[in-house]
Design a binder for this molecule. Structure first.
Ligand code: TRP
Length: 337
C-alpha cells in the first residue's frame, strides 16, 4: 500500500446484489477520483446487509466477492484503495455497542433514511432492532477509520449527520478522540430507475447492472419509461423527469449532442425509439470495457479473494489502533501493565 498522509476516505456497499449504474453515479465515480488523492477504505458491508437479509445469509455471502468484482471492474485499484469485509473487523461491532449509549430511540426513529426504508419494506410495526440501529453501526464504520470524507449518494446524508452527532457526544463525554466526517455527494444527485421512479434499486427491479450483457442492456433501454404523453414522433416531448435524458446527462460525454437531442425532443420530431437507440449506444460504450474487465477478474476468484483478505488485514490494524484509544478514553484499558 502506498503511503499517503492525506485525509482518509471511507465508504461502502451492502452486498445484496451486483452493483448498478446508480451506484456508479452515486459513489463509485467519486471513489475512482479520490483514491488518487487520499487514503481510501472501501467496505463490503455484510453485517449491514444482514440487518434486512438476516434470513438469507447465503445471499449476502455470495454477493461479497461479486461486489469486489464490480469495484475492480470500474477501476477501484487495490494498490490505492483498501477493500475489506465489515464482519472481519469485530472492533466495529464493539464500537457500535459503546455508541448505542449515546443515541436515543426517538432519534433513530426520526432518521429519514431508516424511515423510508422501513416504509418500503413494510416493516413499520415490526422493525428488527438490528435494522433500526444500523445508522449507529454505520457511524462506527466511518469513525473507526477516522474518515474525513464519505463519498455516498444523497440518500445517505442523514447517516453522516447522525454519525457527527455521535462524534460530538463521544468527544464531549470521553475526550477528544473521534473526528467528524463530511459526505461527498456526486454532481448528479441520483440516477432514476429505468421505470422513471426516483431511485435505481434492485428491490424495485429498475436497474442496469455494471456487468449487464449487451442483449439485456438493449431490452432494458428499449423498455425504459419516457414521457407518457409523447405518443407520435411529431409530438413535443418532456425532457424534465424523463429518465432517458437523465442517463444521457450522466453518461454521454458529448454535451452538445445531448443539448441538440433535448431541443429536438421538446420541439417534437424525435421519436422514443431513435432516442433510446442512441442511449443504448452510449451505455454500451461505457459498459463494454467494464464488463470485459469484470470477466477477466472473475477468471481468478482466488486472486480476488486474496486481495480482499489483504485489505481486511490492513483495515483491521487501523481499526484496532482507534479502539485502543477509545477503550482508554472510556476507562476500559484493563491489564495494560
Ligand atoms: N448504508 C450504505 C448503503 O446502503 C452502505 C454503507 C455501510 C456505508 N457502511 C457505510 C456507506 C459506511 C458509507 C460509509 O449504501
Amino acid at each position: 500500500m502506498e503511503e499517503k498522509q492525506a485525509d482518509i476516505v471511507l465508504t461502502g456497499d451492502r452486498p445484496t446484489g451486483p452493483l448498478h449504474l446508480g451506484h456508479y453515479v452515486g459513489s463509485l465515480a467519486n471513489r475512482i477520483q479520490m483514491q488518487n488523492v487520499h487514503r481510501q477504505f472501501v467496505m463490503i458491508a455484510d453485517v449491514q446487509a444482514l440487518t434486512d437479509n438476516y434470513e438469507n445469509p447465503q445471499k449476502v455471502r455470495d454477493n461479497v466477492l461479486q461486489v469486489a468484482l464490480d469495484y475492480l471492474a470500474v477501476g477501484i485499484d487495490p494498490k490505492k484503495t483498501t477493500i475489506f469485509i465489515q464482519s472481519m473487523i469485530p472492533e466495529i461491532a464493539e464500537l457500535t455497542v459503546f455508541y448505542l449509549n449515546l443515541v436515543t430511540l426517538a432519534r433513530l426513529q426520526r432518521n429519514p433514511t431508516v424511515k423510508s426504508e422501513m416504509q418500503q419494506k413494510g416493516l413499520e410495526n415490526r422493525i428488527p432492532v438490528g435494522f433500526l440501529v444500523y445508522p449507529v453501526s454505520q457511524a462506527a464504520d466511518i469513525t473507526i477509520f477516522r474518515a474525513r470524507y464519505v463519498p455516498v449518494g444523497e440518500d445517505q446524508l442523514p447517516m453522516i449527520e447522525q454519525t457527527n452527532e455521535i462524534v460530538r457526544s463521544f468527544n464531549r463525554i470521553y475526550g477528544d478522540v473521534l473526528r467528524e466526517a463530511e459526505a461527498i455527494i456526486p454532481k448528479i444527485a441520483r440516477l432514476p430507475g429505468t421505470d422513471g421512479s426516483a431511485k435505481m434499486s434492485k428491490t424495485l427491479g429498475n436497474t442496469i447492472y455494471l456487468g449487464e450483457e449487451e442483449d439485456n442492456l438493449y431490452k432494458k433501454v428499449m423498455s425504459m419509461y419516457t414521457d407518457p404523453n409523447h405518443i407520435k414522433v411529431s409530438d413535443p416531448g418532456k425532457v424534465e423527469g424523463n429518465p432517458v435524458f437523465a442517463y444521457l446527462d450522466a453518461f454521454d460525454q458529448d454535451l452538445a449532442q445531448v443539448a441538440r437531442l433535448k431541443e429536438q425532443y421538446s420541439a417534437g420530431g424525435l421519436g422514443d425509439v431513435a432516442l433510446k437507440k442512441y442511449l443504448y449506444e452510449v451505455l454500451r460504450a461505457f459498459l463494454n470495457p467494464i464488463r470485459e474487465k469484470r470477466k477477466m477478474f472473475a477468471q481468478d476468484m482466488h486472486a480476488v479473494e486474496q486481495l480482499v483478505k489483504e485489505g481486511t488485514g490492513e483495515a483491521r490494524a487501523v481499526a484496532e489502533k482507534t479502539m485502543k484509544e477509545v477503550r482508554s478514553a472510556m476507562c476500559l484499558d484493563y491489564f495494560m501493565k
